[in-house]
Design a protein around this ligand. Structure first.
Ligand code: ARG
Length: 271
């Protein structure tokens, strides 16, 4: 055997072992008739790391892990598609989508149009700005060129300071386009969710950005979104509560955020 061939053989043996392990796991689960598990259609906007982002052609992230665990618990399979934000919301309204999982903040206004699960993540608005821009508090967004993702709570927060339909606010279809605008200098600051802002700062150490939040931004909570009246909402609520109780939620949380979740705050938010 040549050296290279040997190496290839070893690698093949290793991946076969992995494959077998994977198959074994799958079979165990499918024993109880997983073949006829109903597949739910899920939409997302997958430029929102660490919640959802594209990784080797697959949607990956905290939301994906959590939704998969909840679906498994509730007895469903999920097909998560990167539909984009607006199409996701439209798909929920038309009933073409069963679920929206996209770091979606539960708001009173949205509750008129969609149903939401119990809260699964606490967030707050954060401003990301180019170093050297004079921003020490939310009020300093006034007079600056500000980027937001269209139709998100970041937009609403920016508008609450600068005013609605102010031409200094540029709205982008995805979170990625919003960050690109910051990078290229089209805007001086962007307004988004804390975990996404911190993730961007961390994974772009050369971008020269700084982050701040402000007391005037109220805590918000993410929920899984459903069409109004969805039969799946109660089932996913139950599933989430099970994942909160049995430690699965904490495990997923630690995987992505490298710290323990604050379960008390989540429970209180559910009241
Ligand atoms: N939490 C914010 C909202 O609900 C932003 C969500 C954006 N999500 C995304 N996947 N781009 O408005």
């Amino acid at each position: 055997m040549t050296y290279l061939f040997k190496k290839a053989a070893v690698a093949m043996a290793a991946s076969c072992a992995l494959l077998l392990a994977a198959c074994g796991g799958g079979q165990e689960e499918s024993g109880a008739g997983s073949e006829d598990k109903k597949v739910l259609n899920v939409g997302t906007e997958a430029t929102f790391a660490p919640f959802e982002f594209m990784d080797k052609g697959e949607v990956s992230g905290f939301d994906v892990d959590l939704l998969n665990a909840a679906a498994e618990e509730a007895g469903y399979e999920v097909d998560i598609q990167n539909t984009g934000w607006d199409a996701m919301l439209a798909g929920l309204q038309s009933g073409q989508l069963d679920i929206g999982m996209s770091g979606i903040t539960i708001t009173d206004e949205r509750k008129e149009t969609y149903d939401f699960s119990v809260p699964y993540f606490e967030s707050v608005t954060m401003i990301v700005y180019k170093e050297g821009t004079n921003i020490a508090a939310a009020e300093d967004l006034k007079g600056k060129k500000v980027g937001v993702q269209n139709g998100t709570t970041g937009q609403f927060a920016a508008e609450s300071i600068i005013g609605q339909n102010n031409s200094s606010i540029s709205k982008y279809e995805t979170a990625a386009l919003m960050f690109q605008a910051l990078q290229s200098g089209d805007v001086e600051a962007v307004v988004t969710d804390i975990a996404v802002a911190l993730e961007y700062e961390k994974s772009n150490p050369d971008a020269g950005v700084k982050t701040i939040t402000d007391d005037q931004f109220a805590p918000e909570y993410y929920g899984i979104a459903f069409p109004k009246g969805s039969e799946y909402k109660p089932e996913f609520d139950e599933a989430l509560n099970t994942l909160y109780e049995n430690g699965t939620y904490a495990e997923i949380y630690k995987k992505w955020f490298e710290e323990e979740p604050d379960m008390e705050t989540l429970k209180q938010a559910a009241q």
